[in-house]
Design a protein around this ligand. Structure first.
Ligand SMILES: Cc1ncc(COP(=O)(O)O)c(C=O)c1O
Length: 404
């Protein structure tokens, strides 16, 4: 580690709350690569956890931010900037007709969905319980934690906010049994990210949609991690063929500039009225300029097609190179949200890959998570495959050694 990185780490441990445990310091990013303070290059298949979907510092987004920063940054929601309604119309134009509320993060977007569902439910029969999925992750605020199905995230922050209950994911009978008079909504990730790259079964999702219609319950999709093109469709639900009533997005919306939103279908779009909900920075001109550039780039550069193409290739190659190893239990996911499932914790393999200058993530305990940018090239996929192949061989040798 160089002097600048050391100094940065020292300042971090002295002055920053220890909520994170970073191991590396980066000073620059370009496309699919990150550079540390010594200018060492790393292939990045984490992309800031599904945030920089166009790669680091995409020139279109950089130009849009630069220009907007010198034009108009923020005016509050008491007034209108010219970009926010434009962005809403272009988002909806990708095929989910409704109205948008802009905010700044995934948790905030999910809070908004939960508030919308409660307001609607309270007004239609005094219903305000939300059914969430076991193993889910919806954020770190108190309401989104209460909707998060992995108890380790809630531990220490009790009491849990009331009004939530959990059912197993992909289990339609359990969901049906859980729908009581007080239920107003079901919230779920179409593909669970933090929980271990677990896609919902398409047939299950269709049945969930049917149940929600039948019982007059809102279906809320958290597309914070799996949305914004990562499935090969702009909205994640489009790749499952099932429409929610309200969806949330954040992370990749502005390619790294903080932005989130919820979109409610027309029927529920006017549930929240003036004074019901707000966010100081929501839909600020600067964030909207970055998001517009991101959306338009996805369209202009045909990135949804690239997702499908590179996804097919990565799944095929990953299945091939993992075949010799019985400790690999499978490769799962969808689009460019891919998990290599191990029979043991994935962190040691991830650490090994760091050594080959390849950045990945883990998900759940046993899953190595790959989130390349939507514009990843075949050559970069091959670099990743070569690194994983090497990592698996070393990991296998290490496991044998520790057993002998
Ligand atoms: C599915 C999902 N929902 C919500 C969130 C929370 O997003 P944020 O950290 O922007 O609040 C995350 C973050 O990882 C997520 O993966």
């Amino acid at each position: 580690m160089g002097d600048l990185a050391k100094k940065t780490m020292e300042l971090f441990s002295e002055y920053v709350m220890p909520t994170y445990a970073p191991k590396l310091v980066f000073s620059r990013g370009a496309g699919t690569f990150l550079f540390d303070t010594e200018n060492r290059r790393y292939l990045d298949f984490a992309m800031g956890i599904s945030v920089c979907n166009l790669g680091h510092c995409h020139p279109n987004v950089t130009a849009a931010i630069t220009e907007q920063a010198g034009t108009l940054v923020h005016i509050s929601n008491l007034y209108l900037n010219t970009l926010m309604p434009q962005l809403a119309s272009e988002l909806v134009g990708f095929g989910f007709d409704g109205k948008v509320f802009f905010c700044n993060s995934g948790a905030e977007a999910n809070e908004g969905m939960i508030k919308l569902a409660r307001k609607w439910g309270n007004a239609s029969g005094g219903r305000n319980t939300v059914i969430a999925m076991e193993n889910s992750f919806h954020g770190r605020t108190l309401a989104t934690l209460a909707a998060t199905g992995r108890s380790k995230y809630r531990k220490g922050f009790e009491p849990d906010m009331p009004g939530f209950k959990f059912v197993p994911f992909n289990d339609i009978a359990a969901l049906e049994n859980a729908i009581t008079q007080d239920v107003c909504a079901v919230i779920m990730e179409p593909l669970q990210g933090e929980g271990g790259i677990l896609p919902a079964d398409q047939e299950y999702l269709k049945k969930v949609r049917g149940l929600c219609d039948q019982k007059n319950i809102l279906l809320l999709f958290d597309e914070v991690q799996c949305g914004m093109g990562r499935m090969g469709t702009l909205f994640a639900h489009q790749s499952f063929g099932v429409k929610p009533d309200v969806l949330s997005m954040a992370k990749a919306m502005a390619n790294g500039f903080p932005m989130g939103c919820m979109i409610a279908s027309r029927k529920y779009a006017d549930t929240l009225q003036p004074g019901n909900h707000a966010s100081t920075f929501g839909g600020t001109a600067l964030a909207c300029a970055a998001a517009l550039a991101t959306l338009r780039t996805i369209k202009e550069e045909n990135l949804l097609d690239n997702v499908k193409k590179q996804s097919e290739y990565l799944f095929r190659r990953l299945n091939e190179i993992t075949k010799p190893y019985s400790f690999v239990k499978g490769v799962r996911g969808k689009g460019l949200m891919i998990g290599v499932v191990l029979d043991s914790p994935a962190a040691p393999l991830q650490q090994m890959l760091f050594k080959y200058d390849f950045i990945t993530l883990t998900a759940g305990e046993n899953v190595l998570r790959l989130l390349p940018p939507l514009n990843v090239s075949r050559e970069e996929c091959d670099m990743a495959i070569a690194a994983i192949e090497k990592g698996l061989a070393d990991f296998s040798a290490q496991r044998k050694e520790s057993l002998s």
